[in-house]
Design a protein around this ligand. Structure first.
Ligand SMILES: Nc1ncnc2c1ncn2[C@@H]1O[C@H](COP(=O)(O)OP(=O)(O)OP(=O)(O)O)[C@@H](O)[C@H]1O
Ligand SMILES: [Mg+2]
Length: 514
């Protein structure tokens, strides 16, 4: 190969390489352009996004600034409101304290006013001497709670009775000196009777009796049970407490007797049940000083409340009770506990005789409801007969009739001085709360309403004079003839009284016959 050809070949090679390089360069440039274009597009995109974000950020910042401003202004406002509220609150607190104080003051005044109203009412009742009536509603039993209640106690002196089975009968409203809610305690009930206990020591005749349908709580009210003692044991505790407190100025002699009237027969509950009583007649007698009493019944002298309570408990064991359709422990007799107290004022020498009669009547009931037969039915009929006699006597007294048929039953004859004589007498009307007892409840409350209008007149103390009345040979205390067991004279006096021999009675002041 010539040098020329060699150069030409080299040139062609160089040219080929160049062309190759140019092509590669072109490809690289194309690639670079693509990459640049892509990068530029991305940058533009990023710039666009950045712009959008920036604008959103600006918006958010503006919003934040606005909110911060608002928060600051709200904060300032609430601080201002808080300051005002703080002031108002302390104002309210001081006003509330003032209102509370005034409420306490008003409540005190109200309590004092109610007490005064009650005292005045009691004074008025004492002056007028009406038979006082307290109404006690028994709590509903489990079965009764399943049905409707007919009785609604409103306040401390009103009871409203509604017949849910008869819309045409209006609800009936009754008012009494006291009306107890079903949950009233034995303490509350006794508290309202306490002043009468002092009266006994002051020489008054006091009679408390419980009337009402069978199973409504007469025995619970009078006797109660070991956990919830009733009026009788509480009366004993209170009287003997008073006797102890008055020891320096007074001498008191207390005598207890306890009888029941069962099927129109008087039974001495303190007498040994095994002792022969065939010759003892238990006549009802009248003593000028203490009124009616049962001749020849046991009269135990008592010095302590526990002795009195033990005697009464033993008497209760002898009392007739049985299970009826209305009460598992239904009293089948009227029971009367009598505490006769002679009080002698040691300094002045005055002598008074007070008598406390606590009477737990048998229940008023319809034969059908009592579900009794045979002997028990006879009992029910005797109970109804004597309670109907009591109703007639109360009716006659309420109407101011001249003739009052006390002698129609032993019960009314024995209670003669308590119902129409010189006595402070309180009647409990016991009723059940349930609709099932609606008719009996209305009957009892109607009876009680008539009773509350019976005017006994102002009771006077039974004062025993020191000297016999002119022309009379005073020897023994007739009052203690009633107690039948006082010191040396008691026996004679009992006989004298039983014979009705006025000549042996001491002069009696104050105990007027009505
Ligand atoms: N206030 C009361 N709180 C709690 N239980 C009571 C209340 N009153 C009565 N009871 C209960 O109701 C039942 C019947 O009462 P209670 O025996 O005293 O009736 P009663 O009126 O004496 O009846 P009866 O005329 O048949 O003798 C008893 O179990 C008694 O414990
Ligand atoms: Mg009873």
């Amino acid at each position: 190969m010539t040098q020329q050809e060699e150069v030409r070949a080299q040139l062609a090679e160089v040219r080929t390489t160049l062309t190759q390089e140019q092509r590669e360069r072109q490809t690289s440039e194309d690639q670079m352009r693509d990459v640049r274009e892509q990068a530029e597009a991305k940058t533009a995109d990023a710039e666009e996004r950045e712009k959008r974000l920036q604008s959103a950020l600006d918006g958010l910042q503006a919003e934040r600034a606005k909110l911060e401003k608002q928060v600051a202004s709200e904060k300032a406002k609430s601080e201002e409101t808080l300051a005002t509220l703080g002031g108002e609150m302390s104002d309210c607190t001081s006003k509330k304290i003032g209102a509370d104080e005034r409420a306490v003051e008003f409540e005190k005044q109200w309590v004092a006013e109610s007490k005064l109203r009650k005292e005045l009412h009691n004074q008025l009742e004492e002056m007028v001497g009406n038979l006082r009536v307290y109404c006690r509603v028994r709590p509903a039993s489990k079965t009764e709670l399943e049905g409707q209640m007919a009785v609604d106690v409103k306040g401390a002196d009103t009871i409203v009775v509604t017949d849910h089975e008869n819309d045409r009968v209006d609800a009936k409203k009754f008012t009494f000196t006291q009306v107890y809610q079903p949950d009233a305690t034995q303490e509350q009930v006794f508290k309202d009777c306490e002043s009468l206990m002092t009266s006994v020591l002051d020489g008054f005749n006091v009679c408390i009796f419980a009337y009402g349908q069978s199973g409504t709580g007469k025995t619970f009210t009078m006797d109660g049970n070991d956990e919830m003692p009733g009026l009788v044991p509480r009366a004993m505790s209170r009287i003997f407490e008073d006797v102890a407190n008055r020891k320096t100025n007074y001498q008191h002699d207390c005598f207890i007797s306890m009888i029941e009237i069962y099927n129109e027969t008087i039974r001495d509950l303190l007498r040994d049940p095994k002792a022969d009583a065939s010759k003892v007649k238990f006549d009802i007698m009248r003593d000028n000083l203490v009124g009616m009493y049962v001749k020849d019944r046991t009269s135990e002298q008592c010095h302590t409340a526990s002795h009195a309570r033990t005697l009464i408990k033993s008497g209760n064991v002898n009392r007739k009770t049985s299970s009826t359709g209305l009460n598992d422990q239904s009293s089948r007799s009227h029971m009367i506990v009598t505490l006769t107290v002679r009080s002698r004022n040691i300094k002045a020498g005055d002598q008074y005789v007070g008598k406390l009669s606590l009477v737990d009547l048998a229940g008023s009931e319809r034969l059908a409801k009592s579900q009794t037969t045979g002997q028990a039915q006879k009992e029910t009929m005797a109970i109804n007969k004597s309670l109907s006699a009591l109703g007639t006597v109360i009716g006659a007294l309420a109407q101011g009739e001249k003739h009052v048929p006390y002698r129609d039953s032993k019960l009314t004859y024995l209670l003669q001085d308590s119902l129409g004589g010189n006595s402070k007498t309180l009647m409990f009307v016991n009723c059940g709360p349930a609709q099932a007892n609606y008719p009996e409840t209305i009957n009892s409350l109607n009876f009680a309403s008539r009773a509350k209008s019976v005017a006994l007149g102002k009771a006077t103390k039974n004062r025993e004079a020191d000297e016999p009345a002119e022309g009379k040979t005073g020897k023994a205390s007739t009052a203690m003839a009633a107690a039948n067991k006082l010191g040396n004279d008691g026996g004679d006096a009992a006989k004298a009284s039983a014979r009705g021999e006025g000549g042996e009675k001491k002069k009696v002041l104050g105990a007027k016959k009505r």
